[in-house]
Design a protein around this ligand. Structure first.
Ligand code: OAD
Length: 234
């Protein structure tokens, strides 16, 4: 992936980039948590039926993310951003904060963030690192409505898609790292890139479901492939 001074890089990351930091991927763990399918705890229906179960799931994920450290792949993307400045845009499906802790700044969490919560009524996200693992669930100080994780669940619309499409529209290269290509709209970004005729690259140890759509597939762990790309960026 040699870039020129005119290039704009759009990076899409998925659970695979945090795998080597010890955070389980969705499909890798069989999509299971305590015997529940992820779809059973990450949906508005699950929240309606059992908010305590949903909060236990996200409390556990907060715990895991707090214990994890950014790896060489997160750090490499931050170095690439240092070189490209505002010609770099990172869109992640991940809700952990490892990209930020590695130094990434131009980053958008399209599926929300683990360390924010919001009132179901006021809808304003606020920073929150707490664990809610008992029946005593949090409520809004203003309106007393329940507080939920600031996460995009299945069936909900990802955050700020307009900004994402704007960035995709002016990118010259799409680099996708560690995502199985099974959840839309992110899995469709490569099709948008192809319609625009820009270069598309995938990095991961196995082919994603949408493998046919990429110009280049680099079958490699993110921590092995990304650091060597830093020097290819002018
Ligand atoms: P998946 O679990 O579906 O896919 C993870 C991908 O990472 C797989 O293709 C692996 O081959 C790859 N992978 C594993 N180890 C890797 C490594 N060391 N380096 C690079 N790649 C590696 O996770 P996502 O595609 O991110 O959505 O899942 C997409 C969405 O589905 C998630 O954001 C989440 C989930 O349900 C919501 O919660 C809304």
């Amino acid at each position: 992936m040699r870039l020129t001074l005119q290039d704009r890089l759009f990076v899409l990351t998925g659970a695979g980039i945090s795998a080597e930091s010890g955070l389980a991927t969705f499909r890798g763990s069989g999509g299971l948590w305590n015997g529940y399918r992820v779809e059973e705890v990450a949906t508005p229906e699950a929240w309606e039926a059992d908010p305590e179960l949903v909060w236990r799931f996200y409390s556990m994920r907060r715990r895991d993310a707090l214990a994890a450290q950014p790896n060489a792949a997160h750090l490499a993307l931050a170095r690439i951003e240092d070189k490209l400045g505002d010609r770099f845009y990172l869109c992640t499906q991940n809700v952990d904060d490892l990209h930020e802790r590695a130094g990434s700044r131009r980053i958008h969490h399209m599926h929300g963030t683990l360390f924010q919560s919001r009132c179901v009524r006021c809808n304003k996200p606020f920073p929150d690192q707490s664990f809610y693992e008992t029946l005593d669930l949090p409520t809004c100080k203003t309106c007393a409505s329940p507080i939920r994780p600031h996460i995009v669940w299945f069936g909900e619309i990802p955050l700020n898609m307009d900004a994402i499409y704007r960035e995709l529209d002016r990118a010259t290269t799409l680099l996708v790292v560690g995502t199985s290509g099974s959840v839309y709209p992110a899995a469709g970004f490569v099709d948008i890139a192809n319609r625009r005729g820009i270069r598309t690259i995938y990095i991961g140890p196995e082919e994603p479901l949408n493998t046919h759509a990429f110009d280049d597939i680099i079958l490699s762990l993110a921590t092995q492939a990304l650091p060597s790309m830093i020097e290819l960026v002018p």
